[in-house]
Ligand binder design. Structure first.
Ligand code: TXA
Ligand code: MG
Length: 341
């Protein structure tokens, strides 16, 4: 056990020193908080897996503060990848690229010939990485399997005693993790939906990208290794509620008041005479921002058996939100049969 310190933007030097010594420091981004370690320090990177309880074949994102930092591991960057960096960085896009063999350890890459690079839109973190002058590995700073952290408090809850510090820069603004695009193959392929949409990417690249939306038939989209694991799971069972089912869902909730919690937009909550509720705000943008905090909120209430959560249209941030929500629910939808039983 170690004392986990809370840093502010004025403590960048101190936090960078800890990282230099091989310690773990969580850092803010616009998506979710990341768990930082010097990506070139093998021992430190190994501790990241231990602290999170993360399976060791699940590679880590390499978080950089400049394009030059990517070139150290990749060599010359392709024209298309460069275009993406220039248009979307700093921002919510992670880019998979082939790396110079041996330039990053297998612990970082999971033994792949590629690595995932990301430049987050958070000045404190960019300053921290520049101060260190080395990239940070940056998986989400949660215990493996739990919803990703969107506040420093979430990180503290999961990792207190296991990491040296947390740089607190308030709640994150996007709320779901970055879009991952694989640029190591001939056809750019989206491995994880996020705030940067397929349309945004196609516009800049001037060509089609493969995503769940226009998936090539008979050819499964290759997934990020981490996608196969249980993810984002709160203590209660999440049930996704389709728009047409809310009336039945609210009835079910009324009848089982102590056991059912609602995770929905203001318009739905305003008429619900239910105490256990968490607001997603008004639209898919606020829903993406609030989703993980909402899932975590009910973890402190052991009586809650089900969380009824709102479905959104699978488009833009709604796509990113639904991708996370479906995993947290193990793909379970609310079903009117529940009310009858
Ligand atoms: O927004 C984000 O991306 C956040 C913040 C902290 O930057 N980070 C994040 O990291 O979500 P993590 O480790 O929770 O998710 C990264 C995903 C994992 O599913 C991992 O399998 C995949 O990226 N990944 C990493 N390297 C890869 C590679 N070389 N090829 C394919 N997938 C890769
Ligand atoms: Mg994660």
């Amino acid at each position: 056990m170690q004392m986990t310190k809370i840093y502010t933007k004025n403590d960048i030097r101190k936090a960078a020193l800890e990282l230099k010594m091989g310690e773990l420091v969580a850092f803010p981004t616009e998506t979710v908080y990341g768990l930082g370690a010097d990506a070139t320090n093998e021992k430190a990177v190994k501790r990241v897996y231990l602290a999170k309880g993360r399976p060791s074949d699940n590679p880590l994102i390499v978080t950089v503060s400049s394009i030059e930092m990517v070139e150290r591991f990749v060599g010359e960057i392709s024209t298309d990848a460069k275009k993406l960096m220039e248009n979307f960085w700093p921002g919510s896009l992670t880019i998979i690229l082939n790396i110079i063999p041996g330039s990053l350890s297998e612990t970082v890459t999971g033994g792949l010939k590629t690595a995932a690079f990301r430049m987050p839109k958070n000045q404190v973190t960019l300053d921290l990485i520049s101060e260190l002058d080395r990239p940070l590995v940056g998986p989400s700073a949660n215990s493996s399997g739990k919803p990703s952290p969107t506040t420093a408090e979430h990180v503290f809850h999961d990792l207190e005693g296991k990491i040296s510090g947390i740089v607190d820069d308030g709640p994150t603004t996007v709320g779901v993790e970055s879009t991952i695009i694989d640029m190591s193959t001939d056809i750019p392929t989206i491995l994880r939906p996020g705030a940067v949409t397929p349309e945004d990417l196609e516009e800049i690249l001037g060509k089609t990208v493969i995503s769940d939306k226009h998936k090539v038939k008979d050819k499964e989209t290759p997934k990020a290794p981490g996608m196969k694991y249980k993810h984002y799971a709160p203590n209660a069972q999440v049930l996704i509620v389709k728009d047409n089912d809310w009336q039945e869902a609210l009835k079910f909730a009324q009848e089982n008041k102590d056991e059912i919690a609602l995770l929905a937009t203001e318009d739905i909550l305003k008429n619900a005479k239910i105490k256990l509720k968490y607001s997603l705000g008004k639209d898919e943008k606020s829903a993406a921002k609030n989703l993980f905090a909402g899932l975590r909120y009910f973890d402190d209430m052991p009586q809650v058996k089900y969380i009824l959560a709102k479905e959104f249209v699978y488009d833009g941030l709604g796509m990113a939100y639904m991708n996370r929500l479906k995993k947290s629910a193990g793909n379970q939808f609310f079903n009117v049969d529940l009310v009858e039983n």
